[in-house]
Design a binder for this molecule. Structure first.
Ligand code: FAD
Length: 624
């Protein structure tokens, strides 16, 4: 049966990539359908109920700066907020929130259901409609045909999913959910490179059976951080503590004793797992000299007793899981409510995608999230937004858009993926960004909201708030430049009292702010600030960072200019690498495997040397 309504964009999958993709396309005015297995699992967190953290919160703030939902949902659901690296520089500062799993899902569902231009439909997608080399629709499990100009696929860990607990395994998309088998088979018919990856989750624990008195409490920060530019502290639900405990020698002995029944160590699991989020058996094996590992005991929500023991993800047999959990301080009598498990799933080589996340082989088909080899809600959400945006732009007959590496972590993420591919689940780190002084949490709005507005992603309310902040930063910066500290004046004496700094030569306030010890709030305390009270904190932070880091940022700007030059030099998809004289066979093979779109991208492929880039440049110039 053909459904009566034809869509601009269909998004398959209602996880973190799918929800941001659907919302982005709908916000732009595209008629959008979100097709997902189960409406009850929209926005479900498959693993730990936490959003943000180092590198990841930068992505959340970028999604937010482009009008996405993740940060706002976190503000509505967060039960413990912290700023990590708060004593380090602003480039690596990161906000992390423990979320109430049920409240997070409810927030995402509320945002989705209230989004105009967006229909939601519950059913599995089993097949595509392809005409020539273009996708034109989707066929569901019961044979309903939906037509669309573009399709975004965000199926997470579900494609060909297999769940492992010890030596037992069964098919599944994640615990309690069916896998996507028909769609996985269909995708394997397409000329796309496919592989298997693996991820895992720890057993969950009943809080009634845990002795918190022997654990270390970890409260959230005061003042309470917020995640979204539009967020308010009052949105947060009740705040609670997390807890810290540790594994010990006995735990490690139990794990070693179970390795002969571990699906990972007996070769049953073939997929590669996340290096930076390893299972406890992996940690014991890889860091054999460590006799203890830290475990964060995190509440799953305000209305449940379930706890998430962060740090003991495992696929060991259930009896080993029980013993290892009970060997840990405070959990001697613990009751496991859900066993830990590992899941293996299909992912597709992201080198077969363009920067817009459209597949190179089927026009109008976009991939986002775990299917591209990434791990994490934030990485998925960011890609989802980009894919939804580009699917929408294509449906509207407009050119695609993607951020560059100096513009956003999202730019780094996509460029890394499509240039180098990935052999293990890819997660974001601040160290992946070469221009990280420019890509801070605090300036995500400045970097992206104006372009988001042009692309149709930003509503009037957010735009007005953004403009108010920008204007306040500009006017207050002007004021600080026009007010002076003269040696010996009353204001200067007050300044010295507040800061401990001497003024021997007259200088304006902005110059004084360059001194490491001087803060914006101290200058504001001298009087005459023109910033409204509710903007003092954000505007002050922005001005302070702008002033103190100006020198470093200027230095990076030269590198960025060079990058942009190379970014302008496009390499045609049918570029003949065999015709480039002097390239080694190895470099030639790497370039052919990645088919970079620009000279800059070619230079970022591992093993492609600056000399090889010069040879490409010479050939490009010769070809005119
Ligand atoms: P998902 O959130 O998986 O969403 C996929 C959606 O697609 C679901 O709604 C599903 O129902 C739907 N769907 C699938 N197939 C179809 C179909 N054919 N038709 C219709 N709908 C379909 N991340 C970390 O950062 N750290 C971790 O430690 C970690 N551990 C994990 C452990 C486990 C066991 C699992 C399952 C995931 C783990 N993750 C972890 C990964 C994290 O959950 C994902 O990165 C994130 O959820 C990916 O988002 P996504 O939108 O790509 O996919």
């Amino acid at each position: 049966m053909l459904y009566s309504k034809s869509y601009d964009v269909i998004v398959i999958g209602g996880g973190h990539a799918g929800t941001e993709a659907a919302l982005a396309a709908a916000r732009m005015g595209c008629q959008t359908l979100l097709l997902t297995h189960n409406i009850e699992t929209l926005g479900q967190m498959s693993c730990n109920p936490a959003i943000g953290g180092i590198g990841k919160s930068h992505l959340v703030k970028e999604i937010d700066a482009l009008g996405g939902a993740m940060a706002l949902a976190t503000d509505m659901a967060g039960i413990q907020f912290r700023v990590l690296n708060s004593r380090k520089g602003p480039a690596v500062r990161a906000t992390r929130a423990q979320a109430d799993r049920a409240l997070y899902k409810a927030a995402i569902r509320e945002i989705l259901e209230n989004q105009i231009n967006l229909d939601i439909f519950q059913q599995a997608a089993d097949d595509f409609i392809v005409e020539g080399e273009r996708i034109t629709g989707v066929i569901t499990q019961t044979g309903i045909r939906f037509n669309a100009k573009t399709v975004v696929l965000t199926t997470g860990t579900f494609l060909g999913g297999t769940i492992h607990i010890g030596m037992q395994n069964h098919r599944g998309g994640r615990a309690g959910d069916p896998p996507s088998i028909a769609l996985a088979d269909r995708l394997r018919e397409l000329p796309l490179r496919v592989g298997r990856l693996k991820t895992g989750t720890p057993p969950r624990i009943d809080a009634k059976s845990v002795d918190f008195s022997v654990m270390q409490a970890q409260p959230g920060d005061t003042p309470l951080p917020v995640m979204s530019f539009m967020g308010k502290r009052e949105m947060h639900p009740r705040q609670v503590n997390c807890w810290i405990t540790h594994t010990n020698e006995a735990t490690h002995e139990i794990i070693r004793g179970g390795l002969d029944r571990s699906p990972m160590y007996t070769g049953v699991i073939e997929g590669v797992g996340p290096r930076y989020c390893p299972s406890i058996e992996d940690k014991i094996h890889r860091f054999a000299d460590k006799n203890s590992h830290q475990i964060f005991i995190e509440p799953e929500g305000l209305s449940t007793n379930e706890l998430y023991p962060n740090g003991i993800s495992t696929s060991l047999p259930f009896d080993v899981q029980v013993a290892l959990v009970r060997s840990i301080k405070g959990m001697e009598n613990a009751h496991i409510t859900r066993p830990g498990y590992a899941i293996e799933y299909d992912y597709f080589d992201p080198r077969d995608l363009k920067h817009t996340l459209e597949t190179k082989v089927i026009a109008g088909l976009f991939f986002a999230g775990q299917i591209n080899g990434t791990t994490g809600y934030e990485e998925a959400g960011a890609q989802g937004l980009l894919a939804g945006l580009n699917a929408g732009l294509q449906a509207q007959g407009k050119p695609g858009w993607y951020p560059t590496r100096d513009q956003a972590y999202l730019g780094v993420l996509v460029d890394d993926l499509i240039t180098m591919g990935t052999k293990e689940p890819y997660r974001m780190f601040t160290s992946r960004a070469e221009y990280r002084l420019m890509l801070r949490e605090d300036n995500a709005d400045t970097r992206l909201t104006a372009v988001g507005r042009e692309l149709g992603l930003i509503d009037d309310l957010r735009w007005a708030a953004f403009e108010a902040k920008q204007q306040a930063v500009e006017l207050e910066t002007q004021r600080l430049r026009s007010q002076w500290l003269h040696p010996g004046s009353e204001v200067t004496k007050r300044f010295t009292e507040l800061t401990g700094e001497q003024i021997n030569r007259e200088c304006h306030y902005l110059d004084a702010l360059k001194r490491p010890q001087v803060t914006y709030l101290q200058l504001a305390a001298l009087g005459s600030t023109i910033v409204p009270d509710d903007l003092q904190a954000v505007v002050g932070e922005q001005i302070e960072i702008n002033v103190k880091y100006a020198g470093y940022v200027d230095r990076q700007s030269d590198d960025v200019a060079r990058l942009h030059q190379q970014e302008q030099m496009t390499l045609p998809q049918d570029f003949d690498y065999d015709a480039v004289i002097g390239l080694s066979n190895e470099v030639r093979a790497k370039l052919k495997a990645s088919t970079p779109e620009t000279l800059a991208q070619a230079g970022r492929i591992q093993g492609v040397t600056p000399a090889a880039v010069s040879l490409l440049l010479i050939t490009l110039k010769k070809q005119g």
